[in-house]
Write a protein that binds this ligand. Structure first.
Ligand code: ZN
Length: 300
C-alpha cells in the first residue's frame, strides 16, 4: 500500500478517497507540516495513510487550493527529446544519452496556477514528473524506483525565443520563467499505481487535444534517469525530474500559447492539472524568432 501526498495552502496532506487529512495532525506532530519534510519522511507515509480511516478528514480534496507537491526542490531537471515522435518532429536525432537541462526550482508552480506568458512564442509540453524521496548517489537502475517518492503530472512551459537566443542553444532559462513549472495535483507513490511504467498522457489546449502518448514510450524511463543523474550528482528528497514531452508541441504547428488559453494535462491514474495563460510583460528577447521556427511562423 502506498500514499497520495498533496500540498494544501503550504501544508502537507494525505489524500484518501475524496478527502484530505492534514499530515502533521495525522501523525501527531512527528512530521512537520512542511511538504518538503513530508517528502524527506516518505518512508513513513504509507503507514500513516493506512491508519487514516480512524481519523476525521480535514476536508474534501475537491475544494482545496493545491500547491505543488514539492514546492522547494533543491534540484529540478528537464529531459529533452525523450520521446521518439518529439525528436522526429524537432528534426533531431534520437539521443543515445539523456539530454538534461535545468528547470530552476523557482519556476515550480501549483497544479492549477496561472502561467504568465512573456512573449508570443511560449509553448506547452505535457510531461510525467518524478519526485525523489530518498538521497540517491550512484544508484543502479534496478534499485532506482526505491528512491522515487512518487509521480505526478507536470507542464514544462517553454519560451522558445529564450531557448534558442544563443548559439549553441541553452534550454535552462527559457524553461525557468516564473510559473513555467506547474506540477501536481497529487504525488502518488509508485506502489499505488497499477502500471507506473505505462500511463496515457494527454495535453489539450482549450479542449483541443495536442499531445497524446503513453509514458511507456519514454526513451529513458524513470529508473534510467534516476540512475543516470545520481551518477553525476547527489539527488535529494524533493528533487523534481520533468521526464520529457511527446510529439505535438505548438512550435511545429504554429499553435503557440495565447492570452486566455487553458492548458489541461492529464496522466491516467495521476490526475489532471489545469493552467490558464495570462499574457504579461515582454521579456528582453521576446521579439527574437528562432531560425528553426521561421518557416513555420511565416506570415505571423
Ligand atoms: Zn520538456
Amino acid at each position: 500500500m502506498g500514499f497520495r501526498l498533496a500540498n494544501v495552502e503550504g501544508r502537507a496532506v494525505l489524500v484518501l478517497g475524496d478527502d484530505y487529512y492534514d499530515l502533521e495532525q495525522a501523525c501527531d506532530g512527528r512530521i512537520s507540516s512542511d511538504p518538503m519534510a513530508a517528502l524527506a519522511a516518505c518512508d513513513q507515509l504509507a503507514g500513516i495513510a493506512a491508519r487514516l480511516s480512524d481519523r476525521a478528514p480535514t476536508g474534501p480534496i475537491a475544494d482545496a487550493k493545491l500547491g505543488p507537491p514539492s514546492p522547494r526542490p533543491t534540484n529540478s531537471f528537464g529531459i529533452g527529446l525523450n520521446y521518439r515522435n518529439h525528436a522526429v518532429e524537432s528534426g533531431m536525432p534520437i539521443p543515445d544519452a539523456p539530454l538534461v537541462f535545468a528547470k530552476f526550482p523557482s519556476c515550480i508552480a501549483g497544479p492549477n496556477d496561472d502561467v504568465a506568458l512573456r512573449s508570443d512564442f511560449v509553448d506547452y509540453e505535457g510531461e510525467l514528473v518524478a519526485v525523489i524521496g530518498k538521497t540517491a548517489k550512484d544508484v543502479a537502475t534496478d534499485d532506482a524506483w526505491a528512491y522515487v517518492a512518487g509521480l505526478c503530472v507536470g507542464q514544462d512551459i517553454s519560451d522558445r525565443p529564450t531557448q534558442f537566443t544563443a548559439t549553441p542553444p541553452q534550454f535552462g532559462l527559457g524553461k525557468s520563467f516564473d510559473t513555467y513549472g506547474p506540477i501536481g495535483p497529487v504525488l502518488i507513490s509508485p506502489d499505488d499505481l497499477p502500471d507506473r511504467d505505462a500511463m496515457e498522457l494527454t495535453c489539450s489546449v482549450n479542449g483541443e487535444v495536442r499531445q497524446k502518448d503513453s509514458t511507456g514510450d519514454l526513451i529513458f524511463d524513470v529508473p534510467t534517469l534516476v540512475s543516470y543523474l545520481s551518477g553525476i550528482l547527489t539527488l535529494l528528497p524533493g528533487d523534481v525530474i520533468f521526464t520529457g514531452t511527446p510529439g505535438g508541441v505548438g512550435a511545429f504547428q504554429n499553435k503557440l500559447l495565447r492570452d486566455g488559453d487553458v492548458v489541461t494535462t492529464t496522466i491516467e491514474g495521476l490526475g489532471t492539472i489545469t493552467n490558464r495563460c495570462v499574457r504579461a510583460s515582454d521579456h528582453p528577447r521576446a521579439d527574437f524568432l528562432p531560425e528553426q521556427m521561421k518557416p513555420l511562423l511565416a506570415g505571423k
